[in-house]
Design a protein around this ligand. Structure first.
Ligand code: TXA
Ligand code: MG
Length: 334
């Protein structure tokens, strides 16, 4: 998080000490989340680092605080199935699994609905979204109180051990986030099982708190494991999980060539194009991350034949932005 973000927000108080789950704590958490701040909360699997999933800039802060070098898509937590179905299209298998395992340690990857309001960043630009209804009473109360979907990966620095107590969160990232709600130790202690339900046959993307056998007992069919199918790798960070523009993309551009859409970062001078987007006029990396996927989509849909992107500094969130752009630029080349 940029220090200025915290200073500009009236309700941001940086504190290391976890708050017990009192009515006041839920009210405060809702206020902070509405203001675009990050709040850590317990689930039955691990502690999550939550942001308003409808708010691009708040979601971008998650990547900044976790120091993630890549934009993996994030799980969106919702209070009930009805809400889930406003964001994702549930086929029969998805409904059956939700009926059997929600609330609980199961995440369902489904197609985004046409009216889905969630940030493009939670889906890393894909047309799918991962949804989960957690069973932990504190997670459920928070979701009902704040009345917004919560994007939440595990509340730790990327590459470090996932937190299963509020104390772990405080030690790891306490100084960088607005609030930690203490709900005791997580009962399961490993992340949720992720099942992709976009086709009739469900695919296991990540083993987790609910076993493949338990899921197979419900569906009556053996699960396809994503690693079984070399053409569709789905594990975190792998190329094909990420949105790639259809048009060729050129990085470190100084200006647009004829027939190129231009994605700027900070001040720019260019001619040759009317399709100009700016990731952040002020050169703010959190804002640039928040705009990245939406602008890639817009440039992809523009009249231009290809896309040129200005250089983005390779520090902080800039590393994740450059990782994504390098993959997009590589696409389609021999
Ligand atoms: O137990 C859990 O699931 C915890 C707690 C806090 O709920 N959350 C968690 O979230 O582990 P997260 O955001 O770290 O999980 C992200 C992973 C991605 O790395 C990717 O593997 C998968 O979920 N994922 C999310 N959206 C996806 C999508 N649209 N398509 C494929 N995989 C997706
Ligand atoms: Mg994690």
């Amino acid at each position: 998080m940029q220090p200025t973000d915290a200073q500009n927000s009236p309700s941001a108080v940086v504190s290391n000490s976890p708050s017990p789950p009192t009515p006041e704590a839920y009210a405060r958490a809702s206020e902070l989340l509405t203001a675009g701040e990050l709040v850590a909360f317990p689930t039955e699997t691990v502690y999550g680092l939550a942001a308003n999933a409808n708010d691009d800039q708040a979601v971008a802060k998650i990547f900044a605080v976790k120091n993630r070098p890549q934009f993996n898509p994030l799980i969106v937590h919702i209070p009930d199935l009805e809400t889930a179905e406003t964001y994702g299209i549930f086929n029969d298998t998805a409904r059956q699994l939700a009926a059997s395992f929600w609330p609980g340690a199961l995440t369902l990857v489904v197609k985004r609905t046409p009216e889905c309001t969630l940030s493009a960043l939670v889906s890393a630009g894909l047309d799918t979204v991962a949804l989960r209804l957690p069973a932990h009473p504190v997670a459920q109360k928070l979701l009902h109180n704040c009345s917004m979907p919560l994007a939440a990966p595990s509340a730790n620095i990327s590459g470090k051990i996932s937190p299963t107590t509020a104390h772990h969160v405080a030690q790891n990232i306490g100084a960088e986030i607005a609030m930690i709600i203490d709900g005791g130790a997580c009962s399961i202690g490993i992340e949720s099982t992720i099942i992709q339900c976009t086709e009739h046959q469900p695919i296991l993307l990540r083993p987790g708190g609910i076993t493949a056998e338990a899921i197979e007992a419900i569906t009556g069919n053996p699960l396809i494991k994503s690693e079984d199918d070399a053409d569709t790798p789905n594990a975190p960070g792998q190329l094909k999980t990420h949105y790639a523009p259809h048009k060729p993309l050129r990085i470190n551009a100084k200006n647009a060539k004829p027939n190129e859409a231009f994605i700027a970062f900070g001040p720019y001078i260019t001619e040759n194009t009317n399709s100009i987007f700016n990731l952040s006029e002020s050169g703010n990396l959190t804002e640039a991350a928040a705009n990245l996927f939406a602008m890639l989509h817009q440039a992809d849909r523009s009249d231009a034949g290809s896309i040129a992107v200005m250089a983005v500094p390779n520090t902080g969130l800039g590393r994740a932005i450059n990782d994504r752009l390098a993959r997009a630029a590589y696409q389609g080349q021999p």
